[in-house]
Design a binder for this molecule. Sequence first.
Ligand code: SF4
Ligand code: SF4
Length: 349
Amino acid sequence: MSQTDDGTDVRLADGIDHQVAMVMDLNKCIGCQTCTIACKTNWTDGGGREYMYWNNVETKPGSGYPRDWEEMGGGWDEDGEERTPGELQSKEEYGRAWEFNHEQVMYEGSDEPLRPMEQPDWGPNFDEDEGAGEYPNSYYFYLPRICNHCTHPSCVEACPRSALYKREEDGIVLVDQDRCRGYRYCVEGCPYKKVYYNAMKKTSEKCIFCYPRIEGEGPEGEVLPPSCAEDCPPQLRLVGYLDDEEGPIHKLVNEHGVAVRLHPEYRTEPNVYYIPPFAPPQHSESGESIEAERIPRSYLEELFGPDVHEALNTIERERAKVERGEESEVMEMLTTTDTADQYRLEVFD
Ligand code: SF4
Ligand code: SF4
């Protein structure tokens, strides 16, 4: 735990100098999957990685990727000391790539529409935009997910060969490919199901927080933000360090409490935080707004824990301030288009 000058506590893992972190504003996500493709083309476009989406965007409520990952276990018990058992997910739960009838349609003169050769029953993003609720009060929102580079990572603890580790300089969780023997205990142990097994290489692989980019991979050696953040059309991600007191991440998480963790009850202490989603109120049958939440708070509490209530209340108050023409540091941080504030990656030596 480190005490900052502003009096808020930031818990860093033992032996870690600083902790990279990300805040994603779910009110901006349009589900376009540009982040997914940015990551895929950079890191997982072949060689046993075809099924992997280190970054995925799933519709909530929904089963997600892999299917029903929230029911697969992993993480820590209530005291945060004993790991809880997790399951290995099957290829079907990730969703296989289907064969399409390209050959027949393109080269054999078939009048059939282009479509999968078999009847698909599941795949990544299969339940996109289904959501929940009854029309006209149905609802859904998008949830982008990457590895959380957790402060208390159960994937690291699960590995008997210490192949997974947190980097000392920034807390990024990596898999040492030379040490890994492909036992997949890390795959079972991560409750967010963000470690993937490469059957061709016979090792585990995962999001690397684009560390070559944040180390200065630009053409002139400049520091670049992770691809999934930089390529996002609505720019919903802030990237920086949790222990950078002047940065928006520290302020949104530790000072204002408006950015919350996904499934904090897994007790891995994620370093990816979310601004929870707002939705318009429900409508009556005649189309008038009524005092009823469209996205039930109880559902948001299931996802983000009890802190989500205070986060939403604070955001509501801050929005009202802006509507009255007053200043709001929270809303300024959430709407900035200044990349120096969005991506604060050069604050520590
Ligand atoms: S999200 Fe999973 S893979 Fe990533 S650090 Fe946490 S426990 Fe490990
Ligand atoms: S930080 Fe980089 S490696 Fe991780 S999900 Fe985003 S693009 Fe992929």
